[in-house]
Design a protein around this ligand. Structure first.
Ligand code: PRT
Length: 144
């Protein structure tokens, strides 16, 4: 699997500068990153549809299209496939549920008392709701 993806990534890198009239890969690069991203989204949608239609053969074909277009997007984004594979290796053995739970700050940290020197927050005027984003301590920490 990895060998196949590496070979395909190398083919894509070799074809991207080819004549767009004779290479589908080159035509994708010629149309730019937005079009590549759009095609990847279409292939993802087609894969989902095939799965929902309980059509394994169609899923196979659409998943192959999806992987091909993902590799094109990685190249167009300057991200080597090796980096994605290394990220997967790094995650190996880490439960997705545990990792997700670790993204949120523990409730006890949120409830910690404020330092005495902190200036008191002004009282909101009656009937006026405070807007704006949630405090940083309440926001989820996103990866990379
Ligand atoms: N693996 C692939 C591969 N998978 C899918 N595709 C193409 O991806 C396109 C996706 O098909 P769709 O029906 O979704 O899109 P479409 O209807 O053709 O296009 P739209 O008008 O809908 O945008 C088709 O043209 C497929 O042929 C691929 N094109 C190329 N490769 C590899 O890339 C190599 C180089 O190809 P060229 O760059 O074309 O020489 C090939 O030898 C293959 O190894």
């Amino acid at each position: 699997m990895v060998d196949t993806l590496n070979r395909l990534a190398a083919t894509i890198a070799a074809r991207k500068g080819a004549d767009a009239g004779s290479s589908y890969t080159a035509s994708l690069f010629a149309n730019g990153l937005p079009k590549i991203a759009q095609k990847l989204g279409e292939e993802a949608t087609e894969t989902v549809i095939a799965a929902m239609q309980r059509d394994p053969k169609a899923v196979t074909g659409e998943a192959a299209d999806l992987l091909f277009h993902l590799l094109v997007l990685l190249d167009a984004s300057g991200v080597p496939l090796a980096e994605v594979l290394a990220e997967l290796d790094r995650r190996e053995g880490v439960s997705g549920l545990d990792e997700k739970a670790s993204r949120t700050i523990a409730p006890e940290a949120e409830a910690a008392p404020k330092p005495l020197s902190a200036p008191a927050a002004p009282e909101p005027a009656p009937g006026i709701a405070l807007g704006g984003p949630a405090p940083a301590s309440r926001r989820r920490i996103r990866r990379g």
